[in-house]
Ligand binder design. Structure first.
Ligand code: PLP
Length: 356
């Protein structure tokens, strides 16, 4: 068995993979593959409906929200969000807390004015900026809840006088939060929810259709909502696997249960990073992510050796992103506690070898 610490695509529950594999061969005993059925068939409409309903149920969302499953990953949402919500002469506020936030800022500038209220770029995004004011006349305030590359996470969302918008690609469904405080939430599926190829978008209905510009159909939230995310052929398989994962989250006890185990996994791993004489964390302790744990070695020349050592022990996907180096252990929902314990043991064994 491999222990998969890959950042994205991330690990999915074994049970989900098995059900998905079966559906590729024979979906719902229809004699057809999920890859062959019409997205307009009642069987697939039921999948889409259940996926949307599970998102609402797990996040306790009110009827004033719409849920969409759209093509183009989270990166398309960097542009689709301002396309739909930010008028040409209006300003949107952004928090620059990492590479993805930075890309979102870049895209928003195509559509309106952007006010970057704070940035931790100069310290290589090792912390989440907290000292800022959100302008009251901004159309919305955009934050990245979890910085997948740098391993930082917003643990307390700000009170915002304007609609709060968040890219939650790498921590959606991993911890409890009040989703009803948000104007819009989006997430690429491929970390905590499903395969690449689909993004989840949740939007408060009163924010849709508020800009004056004409929006081409495929980029128009209103049209996608009216068509139940089936304006064109949806990414059927990605939606199906996401739905299976959401079912799995619910069966585990929902987000509350996910958070409990995720906190335990993160605490174990950070405790070892702090205890072990060979390793150290890369970011501010109070902002440490409970999804992507970034760490390096005090002697960088040993990093390759440890990576191989861990790989021999079936720990894969640990190489850190090039902007941080070292290691990144992504401990998404589906990663069991035993995998974290296995990695911790590898770190302890490596320390012992060095000192013997
Ligand atoms: N936002 C965050 C926080 C991410 O981690 C990623 C990908 O890793 C993206 C956006 C981009 O997602 P996609 O590849 O689905 O466009």
């Amino acid at each position: 068995m491999k222990h998969n610490f890959g950042a994205g695509p991330g690990i999915l529950p074994q049970q989900v993979l098995q059900e998905a594999a079966q559906a590729v061969i024979n979906f719902n005993n229809s004699g057809l593959s999920i890859l062959e059925i019409s997205h307009r068939s009642p069987d697939f409409e039921a999948v889409m409906d259940e996926a949307r309903a599970l998102v609402k149920e797990l996040l306790n969302l009110g009827d004033n929200y719409s849920v969409m499953f759209l093509h183009g990953g989270a990166s398309s949402q960097f542009a689709m969000l301002p396309y739909n919500l930010l008028g040409e002469n209006e300003t949107a506020a952004y928090l620059d807390s990492g590479t993805w936030a930075n890309k979102a800022i870049k895209e928003a500038k195509f559509f309106g004015k952007v006010n970057v209220v704070a940035s931790s770029k100069e310290s290589n995004y090792t912390f989440i900026p907290k000292d800022y004011e959100i302008p009251k006349d901004a159309r919305y305030f955009h934050v990245t809840s979890n910085n997948t590359i740098y391993g930082t996470q917003i643990h307390q969302f700000p009170e915002s006088p304007v609609p709060l918008v968040s890219d939650m690609s790498s921590d959606i469904f991993s911890r409890e939060f009040d989703a009803n405080k948000f104007g819009l939430i989006y997430a690429g599926a491929q970390k905590n929810m499903g395969p690449a190829g689909v993004a989840l978008v949740i939007v408060r209905n009163d924010l849709v259709g508020t800009v004056e510009r004409a929006i081409p159909s495929m980029f128009n939230y209103k049209l996608h909502i009216e068509n139940g995310s089936m304006y064109n052929t949806p990414p059927v398989f990605a939606v199906y696997v996401s739905m299976l994962t959401l079912r799995w989250v619910k069966a585990q006890g929902g987000i509350k249960a996910m958070e409990k185990i995720n906190n335990e996994k993160a605490a174990k791993l950070y405790a070892e990073i702090d205890r072990n004489t060979l390793f150290k964390g890369t970011c501010a302790v109070e902002d440490r992510s409970r999804m992507n744990v970034c760490f390096v070695m005090n002697s960088p020349e040993q990093e390759k050796e440890f990576l191989n050592f861990a790989k021999e022990r079936d720990c894969v996907g640990l190489k850190g992103h090039r902007s941080v180096g070292g290691f990144r252990a992504s401990i998404y929902n589906a990663l069991p506690l035993s995998s974290v314990e296995h990695l911790v043991k590898a770190m302890q064994d490596f320390e012992k070898i060095g000192s013997s």
